[in-house]
Design a protein around this ligand. Sequence first.
Ligand SMILES: NC(=O)c1ccc[n+]([C@@H]2O[C@H](COP(=O)([O-])OP(=O)(O)OC[C@H]3O[C@@H](n4cnc5c(N)ncnc54)[C@H](O)[C@@H]3O)[C@@H](O)[C@H]2O)c1
Ligand SMILES: [Zn+2]
Ligand SMILES: [Zn+2]
Length: 380
Amino acid sequence: MLAMNYRGPYRIRADRDMPYPEILHPGDAIVKVTRSCICGSDLHLYHGMVPDTRIGTTFGHEFIGTVVETGSEVTRLKTGDNVLVPFNIACGACPFCKQELFGNCHESNPEATAVGGIFGYSHTAGGFNGGQAEYVRVPYADVGPYVIPEWMDMDDAVMLTDVFPTGYQAAEMGGIKMGDTVVVFGAGPIGIMAAKCAWLFGAGRVIVIDHIEYRLEFARQYAQCEAYNFKSLEDPVLFLKKTTDFFGADVCIDAVGCEAAGSALQTITGRKLMLQAGSATALHWAINSVKKGGIVSIVGVYGPTTNMVPIGNVVNKGLTIRANQASVKRLLPRLIDHVQKGHVDPKGLITHRLPLAEVPDAYRIFSSKLDNCIKTVLIP
Ligand SMILES: NC(=O)c1ccc[n+]([C@@H]2O[C@H](COP(=O)([O-])OP(=O)(O)OC[C@H]3O[C@@H](n4cnc5c(N)ncnc54)[C@H](O)[C@@H]3O)[C@@H](O)[C@H]2O)c1
Ligand SMILES: [Zn+2]
Ligand SMILES: [Zn+2]
């Protein structure tokens, strides 16, 4: 079958002879993919930032499709169902799934000290192949997949597998109160969605920070927020202090993660020499520009080992830090309601649509921020 094939950092192929997935457990299903997306998280894999990303694996944790085969124990799904599949692979029964921490399942990833299984996200997240393929094996098929309602646009459905839930959870973890000033670092799909969702929680002012002009403009239009280019600010932290009467923002959201630009020291130690697990520049800015007693919400992805983080400022300012992979299954019912009522238009983030056979180009365009790209959908 046709699938994306990882060959090493910055090298991927679309291969026609990738093995068709098999049912390996009676709880599995095989899904014929109808749409998949490329995520900022895939860029960390593509850039060689994630340990144990093995040659020959297929990425893709954001996909929808049609069930074509089910294992003997699957009861909720049947052949022909159109499903959206959360990016987290969760058993539904372990103590963490029972708390609705579906991103932290204890069963789906043999390395489950931290994150649970994730489709197409290296062997640190279970070693599952992903959905940038014609077909994909979906474990625990009775738990994660959600049958797409008749009325739903398929582009909205694919955005419900990660982008909308992650942006929403970023805002939710911020504990936003009525009238709060919320600063979002990162104007990728996740940051833009977090800014949009901040209003749903009652924010009074929403500010997005990035350094790519077309993305800042997209954020202004899509999320009706203020947006500033950190390259044109002498010091983003000072700017944010000044614009909040020197108190700082009530809530800061890190929607950038381990490949942040903006600090030579962080870039050299984190991205070039790999002395820390990526550059924590956006996280520094978030911690330093939130007010005393404020909340920092982190959805940007960081590697599993050490990072230089200004923990002294966290202690002395009395900050609360909340972070996680989004718990997609937990959020789906309320987010589907938001889509149905027209409060949020997730498909509005999609700017590119390419055939799966052109997946190398799709990565190049998204990675290099070419052609005003925000979000790409791949069609097998
Ligand atoms: N926690 C989760 O469940 C989850 C889910 C999806 C994505 N993510 C993570 O969220 C992050 C964003 O994802 P995305 O798809 O929007 O990625 P993206 O690469 O499209 O966007 C990241 C943006 O951050 C900007 N940026 C770089 N350095 C910055 C800085 N110092 N300050 C402000 N902006 C800066 C970049 O210019 C870019 O526009 C990634 O780390 C991704 O892995 C997490
Ligand atoms: Zn994603
Ligand atoms: Zn579990």
